[in-house]
Design a protein around this ligand. Structure first.
Ligand code: MN
Length: 740
């Protein structure tokens, strides 16, 4: 499914496939059964056979874009699921996963033949029926909601879906339309790969990212691969040397196992360039070795030997064997200085830990009865709760978020790293990095968020806009009643808090806009000599193209409709002597910034010290006689303002409409003084689909150039991506956003 329907290419009048010429040897029925029996000897062979035949018959003559018969796809998905050693119900669901969506099979039919367990899994990965006229975006979001809900009930729904997506990505080159390839690849990077990581399915996540990144950002991918290749070429002998050294140390300490060397993948390098303020050369451990040993004792013995032999970077040492990660991951990580002061990361773990590191939640079905102790109850008590992780999304659904909103927030949340804070009673609360006291309040309880008026952090009252840090003790100060603060939406990072604030705001905002619209319309009526009592409200609304008068008032309040237009439409005969003057009461707010406290006509200016871009978190400072200056919330200069008379104005960015003006951001790039360097930089920026409006040489020496680029971008995130693209270039020493 996923891209299932668009991937069917049934030629008219095609016969059932007999010997498809382009088929790439898919798994035969007996092979699939044998694979399942290899790890689950008591598997129900008959059920597997029936499912294989059912899928084959139902998909019949349908073909994939590759020219393969369609049923090769569900068979491949089932094959991937056997690689994860999933239970029989999941394998059968893999075989049947597209039958209800793409053939005449019904969910009742599946239930009748294969039982409730399989039917529920198939239903979980089946999209809602298509109704013509649906907004495609809305539909996508609704489908995602349905799928997340099914996943919170049974995590195997997610595993089937990820196998489905992986096979579709492996065959994506056959999709004829480049824009479909890009859309699916982007969706994979934004949603499915992070979901796979979340539940520890590392093998799937890595391959999904690999294929998708190449499609979404081919230039950056190529640049990173080139640099990684240069690094390997530079250090090949070193690496072989280190590998030998590690083997020697193992032999000397009497442990025997498998040593694997590996290199970071382009996408993980890209994420680091994008997220952290580092340049390529500071990436550090691009090289890592993994030692897989028979027992835990062997792991510690090898660790001791390694630490005796090499200079260890103590701050990088992590023992996830004694303290597993919340997702169940166990391994020892240590980093030491190798030849040429190169940092080398070494991971040490047992074969079972290695297996769980690669398969995550899917390993549950292998180990739930084994001695490893990876059973759901224990794992949950220790913090692993893959379904609980996803339950956060389900909470958002309960708060009545619009499907689109939900999808957007889900994407954001999947990328966040965490911060751990405490309630005054010592309860641990996990939040995404950058979360504020408001996020905390909503995480504890919606009612606490709704009534929040302030926060005490580690005993000191602090503003609600600051980001929480690990270990903070947060005490929420509450008012008597819930109160709407629309601008608080800009202060939170969790979807849960945001949708709760929106829900609270929506009602009161609408009331305010209606009241404003009523005032504006009242003024306009007075101008043309009419009184509010003279008018027929439903009739005016109808003539102005709105179903209800309240909707019209809201539209006027939002300045989407001018009162002059309403008068002209509702009273065609009436002369509006002040049509020109009327325009004055619709002073447009500055196109990019909106705030709850802004009155029309106020001057807004972006501060030069921090040069805010759309997407940055911002705050306004009201300066007498000069209007409002907009700063980023981390601007150093905020400390200089006189806070005694409370100059703060809460502001947020208005979502930019298509074709709206772009903002200009500045990037400072230091490059080697090399022929063609500037051309390379300019090409990278234009490959990232941004416009350079100005380039300036800031400093030059025999070895280095400093350039400032002014680039047109739609928001801060875009600028971050360009900075990352520049950092990936070999001529670039450093690249950073410049403020001021
Ligand atoms: Mn499919």
């Amino acid at each position: 499914m996923g891209d299932g329907a668009s991937d069917i290419a049934t030629p008219p009048g095609a016969a059932a496939p007999s010997s498809p010429s382009r088929s790439r040897g898919f798994l035969r029925q007996y092979e699939l059964v044998a694979r399942v029996q290899a790890y689950q000897p008591d598997a129900d062979e008959d059920a597997l056979n029936r499912a294989y035949v059912f899928a084959t018959l139902k998909h019949g003559a349908q073909l994939r874009h590759s020219g393969d018969p369609y049923f090769a796809h569900p068979v491949a998905v089932a094959g991937l699921l056997t690689e994860l050693r999933m239970d029989e119900a999941t394998i059968i669901a893999g075989l049947l996963h597209d039958t209800v969506e793409d053939t005449d099979a019904t969910i009742d039919e599946v239930r009748l033949h294969f039982g409730d367990e399989v039917a529920d899994l198939v239903d979980g990965v089946t999209k809602l029926p298509r109704i013509s006229g649906d907004e495609p975006k809305h539909k996508q979001a609704e489908n995602f909601q349905k799928f997340i809900l099914a996943t919170t009930r049974d995590i195997r729904v997610l595993i089937v879906k990820l196998a489905d997506r992986l096979h579709n990505m492996r065959t994506i080159d056959f999709m004829p339309k480049p824009e479909s390839r890009t859309r699916i690849a982007r969706e994979t990077l934004e949603i499915y790969a992070p979901l796979a990581r979340r539940v520890g399915l590392t093998v799937f996540a890595t391959e999904l990212e690999d294929i998708a990144f190449r499609i979404v950002n081919p230039e950056a991918c190529a640049a990173i691969e080139k640099r990684l290749a240069e690094m390997v070429a530079d250090s090949e002998t070193d690496l072989a040397h280190i590998e030998d050294d590690i083997r020697l140390v193992m032999v000397a300490s009497g442990v025997h196992g498998e040593l694997k060397g590996r290199m970071k993948k382009p996408y993980s390098v890209w994420r680091k360039l994008e997220m952290k303020s580092i340049s390529f050369k500071d990436l550090g451990d691009v090289f890592a070795f993994r030692l897989v040993l028979p027992t835990v004792e062997d792991c510690y013995r090898a660790l001791g030997a390694a630490h005796r032999e090499w200079a260890v970077l103590s701050d990088r040492f992590k023992d996830y064997i004694s303290v597993p990660k919340p997702n169940g991951y166990r391994s020892i990580h240590t980093t030491f200085l190798g030849p040429g002061n190169r940092r080398i990361e070494l991971q040490i773990r047992t074969a079972e830990m290695d297996d769980i590191a690669e398969r995550g939640v899917a390993a549950h079905w292998t180990y739930k009865n084994a001695s490893y102790g990876f059973d759901a109850e224990a794992a949950r008590a220790g913090g692993l709760d893959a379904q609980g992780e996803l339950r956060g999304f389900a909470d958002m659904l309960a708060h009545g978020a619009e499907p689109e909103e939900f999808l957007e927030h889900a994407k954001l949340e999947m990328y966040r790293e965490s911060v751990f804070v405490f309630t005054p009673k010592g309860r641990l609360v996990k939040l995404p990095a950058g979360a504020t006291p408001l996020d905390f309040a909503y995480a504890v309880h919606t009612e606490i968020g709704d009534t929040c008026v302030g926060a005490r952090i580690n005993g000191v009252e602090r503003p609600l806009r600051i980001a929480l840090e690990n270990g903070d003790v947060v005490d929420i100060l509450r008012g008597a009643r819930a109160a709407a603060h629309p601008h608080w939406e800009g202060l939170v990072v969790t979807g849960r808090a945001r949708s709760a604030i929106r829900r609270l705001t929506r009602a009161s905002e609408r009331q305010e806009l209606e009241a404003l619209g009523r005032r504006l319309l009242g003024n306009a009526l007075k101008r043309v000599g009419l009184a509010p009592d003279d008018i027929n409200e439903p009739e005016i609304a109808h003539r102005a193209g709105h179903a209800h008068f309240e909707d019209l008032l809201e539209a006027i309040g939002r300045r989407r409709v001018s009162t002059a237009d309403v008068i002209a439409k509702a009273f065609p005969g009436v002369q509006d002597p002040a049509r020109a003057v009327e325009a004055a009461d619709v002073v447009p707010l500055p196109s990019l910034v909106v705030g709850a406290d802004l009155t029309a006509g106020v001057t807004l200016k972006l501060a030069e010290c921090c040069s805010p871009l759309p997407g940055d978190r911002i705050v306004g400072v009201h300066l007498p006689e000069r209007g409002i200056e907009v700063h980023t919330i981390d601007c150093q200069r905020l400390a200089d303002f006189d806070t005694a008379n409370d100059p703060w104005v809460d502001l947020r960015w208005k979502p930019a409409g298509p074709g709206e003006t772009l903002a200009v951001g500045r990037i400072r790039v230091t490059t080697a003084n090399r022929r063609g360097a500037l051309a390379t930089l300019c090409k990278a920026v234009s490959d990232a689909q941004a416009n350079i409006v100005n380039v300036k040489t800031v400093k030059r020496s025999a070895d280095f150039f400093d350039f400032d680029f002014d680039v047109e971008v739609e928001d801060a995130k875009r600028l971050t991506q360009i900075v990352a693209a520049l950092r990936a270039l070999s001529v670039v020493d450093s690249a950073d956003r410049v403020r001021g």
